[in-house]
Design a protein around this ligand. Sequence first.
Ligand code: NIG
Ligand code: FE
Length: 411
Amino acid sequence: MSARPGDRRLLVRDLAQLVTPAAASAPARGADLGHVDIIEDAFVLCEGEAIVRVGPMHELGTVDGEVEELDGRGRCAIPGLVDCHTHACFAGDRVSEFALRAAGATYEELHARGGGIMATVTATRAATEDELLQAVERHRGWMLRAGTTTFEAKSGYGLDRETELTSLRAVKAAGGVATWLGAHAVPPEFPDADAYLDFALREVLPAAAELADAADVFVERGAFDSDQARRFLTACGAAGLALRLHGDQFTELGAVGLAIELGATSIDHLEATGDDGVRALAESRVTAVLLPASALFLSRPMPPARKLVDAGAAVALATDFNPGSAFCESLPLVCSLAATQLKLSPAEALVACTLNAAHVLGCADTVGRLAPGYRADAVLLDVPDWRYLAYHLGGPIVGDVVLAGERAELR
Ligand code: NIG
Ligand code: FE
């Protein structure tokens, strides 16, 4: 990404700290995951949508010409956060189910009773295209306020042709990276998962492949088994989509092996993954996307994050923002959970939701670092030490967000 003559300029100056992943390439693995470069008393200079310089204030010199300045005193800059796994395109809510769960019902019980994902499918099918776009934009505003400057969002609450394609269009119109979660659940109008997949691959895939970057499948009892997932993903891969899986959330059903076999970009969740799965992922190119807010929200075991990182697996963090299993759009909160529950260091957490998350979305060359040539996306934390990102549990730490070289309006 390069600047053009005459581009507007923004200088963020006098930052207490500027922090960016140190790894030379993406994804960062093993010890590299925990390495960040820290510049004290720093500046970032942006031209147009790109970062052109970063460094310590004593190297800034004079900046000629017109430049807008943003005061960084008492603040720390980190790269704009990248949420590589959300279900931000949905209508309605599941607050009543949440209350039932608080009173003891389980997520699986609600799903088996026709609630859960299917409840949101009913609400999403009833929404107009405009209402869905407004919903994604509202959710995007929440994410931005929490420091997320790049987000992925999945379809998967339509499960009919029209609503799936409308969902993908809404995600793209709101500036997101779209994933076709065409195999999220089996809607009741089909007798079984295979009949639904016949329809989805024949009637929806050709148009979905034009809109989405990736395809995703929920491999779980009551959703899709690994043979059905193989069939779905193989067809999606042949249509040019990157492949992702929801795997090992409740049960190990072979999703890790399938992800590796098919050369998937990521496998996400992994709360139930055992040591064999950890070893296999460490030897593979598949990124493990961990979603601790979902495990917390459902009172489920946390994924084996420490084991994955120590074994050398590529690990990313995301929110899983959705109305049922993780009504949480905050990556800073996910970083706090990573430190307190997953035993990752603040540096590992930061790299996992910047550089490594960008790798999952195929954009690690342009986002996820504060460095010349990258898109000028930055979060200015109102904190004296950048590690407050993980330390201040749920705290109001995001002061300003710079989005493509401009100070964003936070709503
Ligand atoms: O990632 N596990 C499947 N899908 C989502 C939950 C969707 C929902 O409950 O609405 C997840 O947790
Ligand atoms: Fe999910």
